[in-house]
Write a protein that binds this ligand. Structure first.
Ligand SMILES: NC(=O)c1ccc[n+]([C@@H]2O[C@H](COP(=O)([O-])OP(=O)(O)OC[C@H]3O[C@@H](n4cnc5c(N)ncnc54)[C@H](OP(=O)(O)O)[C@@H]3O)[C@@H](O)[C@H]2O)c1
Length: 210
């Protein structure tokens, strides 16, 4: 699959390497084309770098790997997203990571869908620490779980299959509004990892019969 990841930070590079190793064609998108190319060269694995609109234009699937507060600006810069699957990995946290900034009656994912109404927005990867991605998608030696929420069933399956192709596990959680549950789960993960001393070699999962 032709994937562009908007952002060049910890999550963007971690996902880019996992997807590239799974034989997907991956481009990192930045506000600064030169930065994108430099980061892409540093992470290797055949990953390309481009300015946001160029990266978005050539992708079947986009990952929004930027702070939630930057989503509007980055979506505007990305151009026409009609028909594209846009994976929202953001967590709308306060600056000190002590609380969510929105929830209950909406979610970051639903707000991003409003910003890109003609795209198929899917929430995923928000409960997986960047350091887990960098450890081949494993937490405590086991594949991390990716919770996948979205209103378009085909897009949801595409993202689940993408996660599985990259060596993670996937659990679909239903429509995009179920992101209202997934974003607090990420908040709990951050509280456990950073606040309560469990470190970042952790990931939430959901035990169930096979
Ligand atoms: N870190 C984690 O463990 C983790 C886990 C799950 C979810 N998330 C979520 O994933 C997203 C990315 O997190 P990250 O840790 O990868 O962040 P990061 O390392 O700080 O990278 C964020 C990237 O966003 C881009 N960006 C675009 N517009 C921006 C703006 N106005 N201000 C700042 N950055 C801007 C920057 O790329 P350019 O400068 O190249 O444009 C930057 O590289 C966040 O929404 C976060 O909540 C993070």
């Amino acid at each position: 699959m032709n994937i562009s990841i908007l952002g060049t930070g910890n999550m963007a590079t971690g996902l880019a390497v996992l997807f590239a190793k799974a034989s997907h064609t991956v481009t990192l998108g930045s506000r600064d084309a030169e930065k994108a190319k430099t980061v892409a060269n540093t992470v290797g694995n055949g990953i390309a770098g481009a300015e946001l609109a160029d990266a978005a234009g050539k992708a079947d699937l986009l990952v929004l790997a930027v702070p939630f507060d930057a989503a509007a600006e980055v979506i505007r810069a990305a151009g026409d997203l009609t028909g594209k699957t846009v994976v929202d990995i953001t967590n709308p946290m306060t600056a000190d990571y002590s609380a969510l900034t929105i929830g209950h009656t909406t979610s970051a994912a639903e707000e991003i869908q409003k910003l890109a109404p003609t795209a198929k927005v899917v929430k995923a990867f928000n409960t997986v620490f960047a350091s887990v991605l960098q450890a081949d998608g494993k937490a405590a030696g086991r594949p991390a779980t990716v919770f996948v929420a979205g209103d378009d069933a085909d897009a949801r399956k595409t993202v689940s299959d993408l996660a599985i192709s990259a060596g993670l596990e996937a659990i679909e959680t239903g429509g995009l509004a179920s992101a209202r549950y997934l974003e607090p789960v990420a908040g709990l993960n951050i509280a456990l990892g950073y606040g309560l001393g469990h470190g970042t070699d952790i990931a939430p999962t959901w035990q169930r019969a096979a």
